[in-house]
Ligand binder design. Structure first.
Ligand code: ADP
Ligand code: MG
Length: 724
């Protein structure tokens, strides 16, 4: 009996340690442990960083004159001959079962120390026929030890995995190890995706133009193909499986989260009659664009639901997102609730406050402002009126609105929020308020990011610009442009336009240490630029300064006067980046443009595309421009579409950087690459959504293991509970 059951048990399992594996040995196992490889399953999931496709070694009888070839063999003869002082020739014969060739090295006597009798080599070069023998002059070569030689022989022409190495572990050892381990235990790994699902996935991938065959390979097959690929096709299918699975698991988690949020949370349903809608629309001094109307429809219908709207509205700067926000807020008020709009800066809060008070001038609706510069008593009074419900609309900076007491908050708009990740949303929700959410971002989000970091959010986009907008021309300044550009500015000001000059940093003395590296040039100091422009370049014009270190009232005073046209040239930092709206300002100079990212540059440019006049942006750089800087600035000069820019930015900077992976609240991806795998991601998302629509908590027994994987990786972070 005992003998029988022992025979059923596999000798080596997924948890067998390498030390206990026959043929590995303790000292080697210790070295593998440096790579984190202790058990066989560690080895299975230790993925190569790349694969090599070495050309198969050539047989001697297949060599061709001048054609590059690779040969493996042993040295069977060698001789170093000196002709005269400093002149030598070293010759060696390399032999294998298909024949022998000669190697020649002139004036490199040290070759004799490496290429000794009996040494095994892999050599490559282009041979010439000399008499009856093929000769390689100065070929490249690599000395192989006995095991490498044996292994090179055994696996001629195979696709080779390339593993990350560490001190004391050689590539061929890892290849041997993974091969052995795959043979022993790859079949023991449990499959989390049942066959019908894998067939459906292969089908969906094929429909999206990614044909990997009729079925996504099983996990066992995948592991074998990754470590010991039989062909390029099987390798590609295996890679696809790994990428797909990682994205699929994430998308299942996000779909479950969308599902549970809608199931758990309650929001006040708001019904918007056609009369209310017309009444709100009449308040805007212009016709809404088709895009605006379309988004308003969506928003209105979602706010009628019993559970919270959770929508991200993205649109390029100037696309008119505020109109949508105002509509939704007025709808909430019309239905007897409060609404709030949170912004990142006080300048923007004041601007929204002004817009709202203007639009609502002759109505019953009361608008309140909450920002840092209120006095303690003003603030207390405002908070009281918010709690009592006397104030209907509240505009404020985020920090202040987060945890105040509302009378009946129905809608929360979050403006200019491109750093709003899945996680922050949870915090807000747990804050005890349960309104509808509308999040607005002027940084268009690449598709792949929208599908991940914002994966639990519905997305709307404003692409159409309000009509009557001037074009924006972007110039990349070359040397010696400054005077010409200042002249251009003088002409525009003479025509009545206004100008921004943006410098990347605030002055010198007051710099905090981390923002003041020694190499900061004068030009980057907004104070110096201001001094220079106001005194030397444009003494006759009204030049003023605005930066983030000024007192809020002083800042506001400058902004107000700029808006009133009482300032010609505003020298500023990126304080104006966010949302500021002065239609008559049409010219922008960006100094130290190499210090800005694409998203920021585009935001800045948005400031001068607000009116009917054409905008002009000129970017100057300081210091050496790195190749990446040049590339980025070129893209900026040539692309004015925010969506294209966002995709380009994503390509140039790679994933994770744009929004900060940490901020998203999602664990980093290990295999998939969001800038490369967008198409796979789309399929994964659609399939995940379909699956969750049908089976919201993945209750089907055949999905149990997949569900376990989803919860293990995302359950806690996305607050999925036990999925029930
Ligand atoms: P953003 O999307 O950058 O927040 P805003 O909502 O601030 O854009 O709109 C930019 C400017 O365009 C504002 O001055 C706004 O009044 C104006 N605007 C918005 N929608 C329209 C429209 N449909 N027609 C004309 N002007 C519009
Ligand atoms: Mg805005």
């Amino acid at each position: 009996m005992a003998a029988d059951s022992a025979a059923d048990e596999p000798r080596v399992t997924l948890s067998t340690t390498l030390k206990a594996m026959p043929g590995i040995g303790w000292s080697r196992a210790d070295r593998f442990a440096r790579l984190g490889l202790r058990k066989t399953q560690d080895v299975l999931f230790f993925f190569p960083r790349d694969h090599q496709f070495p050309p198969p070694p050539t047989r001697v009888d297949e060599l061709r004159e001048g054609q590059p070839a690779t040969l493996i063999g042993r040295i069977t003869e060698c001789e170093l001959a000196s002709r005269s002082p400093g002149k030598s020739v070293f010759g060696a014969i390399v032999e294998n079962e298909s024949g022998a060739v000669r190697l020649l090295f002139f004036n490199q006597p040290f070759r004799a120390d490496q290429l000794k009798f009996g040494v095994a080599v892999r050599l490559s070069g282009a041979p010439k026929l000399a008499g009856l023998r093929w000769e390689f002059t100065h070929p490249k070569y690599e000395i192989l030890d006995d095991e490498e030689f044996a292994s090179a022989h055994e696996h001629q022409g195979e696709i080779l995995p390339v593993y990350p190495l560490t001190e004391g572990v050689k590539e061929y050892e890892l290849r041997q190890l993974t091969r052995t381990v795959c043979n022993e235990v790859a079949d023991q790994v449990k499959e989390v995706m049942p066959e019908p699902l894998r067939i459906a996935i292969a089908d969906a991938l094929k429909n999206a133009g990614m044909d990997i065959g009729d079925i996504l390979p099983s996990i066992s097959q995948t592991l074998r193909s990754i470590h010991c690929p039989a062909s390029e096709q099987t390798l590609n299918a295996a890679k696809m499986r790994l990428v797909f699975q990682e994205l699929f698991v994430m998308q299942l988690a996000l779909a479950m989260r969308r599902q549970t949020l809608t199931g758990r949370l309650r929001a006040p349903p708001m019904t918007c009659s056609p009369q209310i809608k017309q009444r709100i629309l009449r308040r805007f001094p212009f016709e809404l664009t088709g895009d605006q109307l379309r988004v308003i429809e969506t928003v209105a219908s979602e706010m009628q639901r019993q559970f919270p709207m959770n929508r991200l509205l993205q649109g390029d700067v100037g696309s008119g997102k505020t109109v949508v926000a105002i509509f939704a807020m007025m709808m909430a008020v019309a239905c007897g609730h409060q609404a709030t709009i949170m912004v990142p800066t006080e300048v923007l809060a004041r601007q929204h406050f002004r817009t709202l008070t203007t639009i609502l001038a002759d109505s019953q609706v009361k608008v309140g402002l909450l920002c840092g510069s209120l006095s303690a008593s003003q603030r207390r009074e405002t908070l009281r009126s918010i709690a009592s419900g006397e104030i209907n609309l509240i505009v404020g900076t985020q920090a202040l609105i987060f945890d105040i007491e509302f009378h009946s908050l129905g809608l929360c708009v979050i403006d200019e929020q491109h750093k709003f990740g899945v996680k922050q949303r949870v915090r807000l929700r747990l804050g005890g308020i349960d309104p509808h959410y509308l999040v607005m971002s002027a940084t268009p989000i690449p598709r792949s990011v929208a599908m991940t970091q914002f994966g639990d959010v519905d997305l709307s986009t404003l692409r159409e610009k309000p009509s009557g907008r001037g074009e924006v021309h972007t110039y990349l300044a070359s040397d010696g442009w400054k005077n010409r550009w200042w002249e251009f500015i003088r002409q525009r000001v003479a025509e009545g336009r206004q100008v921004y000059v943006v410098a990347p940093r605030v002055g010198d003395e007051s710099e905090t240490p981390e923002t003041a590296p020694e190499d900061v040039e004068d030009v980057t100091s907004v104070n110096r630029v201001y001094e220079q422009l106001s005194h030397e370049v444009f003494p006759e014009l009204r030049v003023e300064l605005l930066h983030g270190r000024m007192k809020p009232e002083a800042k506001q005073a400058v902004m107000d006067r700029f808006a009133e046209g009482e300032i010609d040239i505003l020298v500023t930092t990126t304080v104006i980046e966010v949302g500021v709206d002065v239609a008559n300002a049409t010219v922008m100079t960006i100094l130290g443009g190499n210090r800005f990212g694409l998203a920021q540059l585009h935001q800045l440019r948005g400031r001068v595309s607000r009116g009917v006049h054409a905008g002009h942006v000129c970017v100057f750089t300081d210091g050496e421009r790195s190749p990446e800087d040049s590339e980025r600035l070129k893209v900026f000069e040539q692309t004015s579409d925010g969506f294209e820019l966002a995709e380009a930015d994503f390509r140039l900077r790679g994933p994770g950087d744009l929004l900060g992976q940490k901020q998203s609240g999602l664990p980093p991806l290990r295999i998939a690459d969001l800038s490369r795998d967008v198409e796979v991601l789309k399929v994964a998302r659609e399939m995940a959504q379909e699956l969750i629509d049908e089976d919201p908590i993945m209750d089907a027994p055949e999905l149990a293991m997949l569900k376990e994987q989803v919860l293990r990786r995302y359950g806690e972070r996305l607050d999925l509970g036990d999925g029930a």
